[in-house]
Write a protein that binds this ligand. Structure first.
Ligand code: XMP
Length: 518
């Protein structure tokens, strides 16, 4: 296995620490974020970083038990970059002074101007005579530590950029990792160049490493992977298959709540194209049978979740000798965040509706995507040959069309919904809008309305089109389609989809709405 150059980010609890990792990953630098409590001398020796970044954080160095890095960080002879709180704690530990923020707190946009002396960390900066940066601090450095010089100032931060060039210690008061410091990436680029990183953390390298690790972990044992057709589980499955071949069996639970042709596409991609042993568990009758007459959204979700686990377990039990369960857990799900008062708190989301199953079935986990962000998973998927049309697909919820069919679910309604959804998505693709939209779908409404078609009266379902933009699904805004697009789409749906005679467009943002209708 290749040993990559490693950068350690010591986290002091900033909301934006993850963005530091993002910027570094974009530079093909391997880094890990660890909460300050975990970073001991032994940890450092073991991790063997080529450089360290001290993150921002909400603390004050004056607070009792204020978070600190171990003093040995500054004795390793490697470059250290302190950001915001990271700068303050660095000055505090190295003999400078920090003052409480009374009256001089600075939040938001600020402009830094350079000093006369040049600093390699700032190559490419100050091509205009000032740089926009993002500040967010209460306390500030009032006296820099011995050996440091000032290289940039802002009206409220006389020590906005400081460095001890001989020791390769750099400290800035602002946040170069956020979008509002437009030239921030350049600063990270310079820092890793000065630290001697070669940018060896590419997707090709990740693929090779991941394959070696999976082989080492799994040996000659068998692995089960719950395939949902989503990007994460698909990439995990293809990667694991490349590592261990037919020791992997995928279980695809088809609950009958998928979109048009979706089940066939998943089966043909994995079974026929990749030759991965795949169990297609078509349990449509079971799911739709249990959901019959049910209209409460929570009850629907719980029923689907429970049946999913039962079915998955039933099929998994048929795979003799399986010892591992593969999951598409991503990096943001496993990052430890620092809680202010207590120890590090770990937030791990349950995945693929099989949460709790590994313990119940005595299975160990294989999680080959744990070190990746979502867009890196997509890049890995491309590296593994998954088609773009598959990798760029909009997210699709576990309970599927059930939550796009408010009220009772019937097979008729599902067929109508699937058809309308296919026409809508076809329209979006034809107009080249698919990639601009986070998620788009049709919901079939539990109401029938009167219409007139030809010479006859119709009494059919109404549907709502939904399309939102979003970064993470937590907040969302409706997509501003043109009236022409909406008109054309409504006409197509009403003409092509039997059972719908009225089309509406949902212009609710999230909050107060949610993306899905249930
Ligand atoms: P909401 O509707 O809560 O959706 O604004 C936010 C994102 O989460 C997806 N979603 C789900 N995904 N199981 C899932 O796997 C669910 O029960 C579920 N509910 C919502 C939704 O599609 C959107 O991307």
């Amino acid at each position: 296995m290749t040993q990559h150059d490693r950068l350690l980010i010591i986290d002091f609890g900033s909301q934006v620490t993850q963005l530091i990792a993002r910027r570094l990953r974009e530079l093909s630098v391997y880094c890990e974020i660890h909460p300050f409590q975990n970073v001991t001398d032994d940890f450092l020796a073991d991790f063997n970083p080529k450089a360290v970044i001290l993150s921002g954080g909400p603390s004050s160095v004056f607070a009792e038990g204020a978070p600190k890095p171990p003093a040995s960080v500054f004795q390793l002879g490697i470059p250290v970059l302190g950001i915001c709180y990271g700068q303050q704690v660095m000055m505090h530990l190295l003999g400078g002074k920090v003052e409480r923020g009374h009256g001089t707190a600075e939040f938001g946009r600020a402009y830094v101007t350079p000093k006369d002396v040049k600093l390699s960390l700032l190559d490419g900066w100050f091509e205009e005579d000032r740089e926009q940066v993002w500040m967010s601090h209460g306390d500030h450095v009032s006296e820099i530590a011995p050996g440091f010089e000032v290289y940039g100032t802002s009206p409220n931060a006389p020590f906005a950029i400081t460095a001890d060039v001989d020791r390769h210690f750099y400290a800035v008061q602002f946040h170069p990792e956020v979008h509002h410091t437009p030239n921030g990436k350049k600063l990270y680029e310079n820092f890793v160049r000065l630290a001697g990183f070669t940018g060896d953390w590419t997707m090709g390298a990740y693929r090779e490493d991941a394959i070696a690790k999976i082989r080492e972990q799994v040996g000659d044992k068998k692995v089960i992977c719950g395939l949902s057709g989503g990007v994460d589980s698909s990439v995990a499955a293809v990667l694991i298959h490349e590592a261990i071949g037919d020791q992997l069996t995928c279980v695809f639970v088809d609950h009958g709540l998928l979109r048009m042709n979706e089940a066939d596409e998943v089966v043909s991609m994995f079974r026929d194209h990749y030759n991965i042993p795949l169990i297609h568990a078509d349990e449509t009758d079971l799911f739709l049978g249990e959901l019959e007459g049910m209209s409460d959204p929570e009850q629907k979700r719980k029923t689907i979740g429970r049946l999913f686990i039962d079915v998955f377990q039933k099929y998994a039990n048929e795979i003799e000798g399986a010892e591992f369960l593969a999951q598409g857990t991503l990096y943001p799900d496993v990052i430890e965040s620092v809680s202010f008062s207590g120890g590090p708190s770990v937030t791990i989301k349950s995945h693929h509706n099989v949460g709790g199953l590994p313990e119940k079935m005595g299975l160990k986990l294989v999680e080959p995507l744990r070190e990746l962000f979502k867009d890196e998973v997509r890049a890995l998927g491309r590296e593994l040959g998954l088609p773009d049309s598959f990798i760029g697909r909009h997210p699709f919820p576990g309970p599927g069309l059930a939550i796009r069919c408010p009220g009772e679910i019937t097979r008729d309604k599902l067929d109508i919904l699937r058809h309308a959804d296919a026409v809508y998505i076809d329209q979006i693709r034809k107009h080249g809008l698919y990639d601009e939209i986070w998620q788009a779908f049709v919901a079939i409404l539990p109401v029938r309305t009167v219409g007139v078609m030809g010479d006859g009266r119709t009494y059919d379902y109404a549907c709502a089109l939904r399309a939102v933009t979003s970064v993470d699904g937590m907040t969302a805004d409706y997509y501003p389609f043109s009236h022409e697009f909406l008109g054309e789409t409504a006409t197509r749906i009403i003409n092509e989809v039997q059972g719908i005679n009225r089309v509406t467009y949902d212009i609710t943002s999230k909050p107060p709405g949610t993306i899905e209708w249930e």
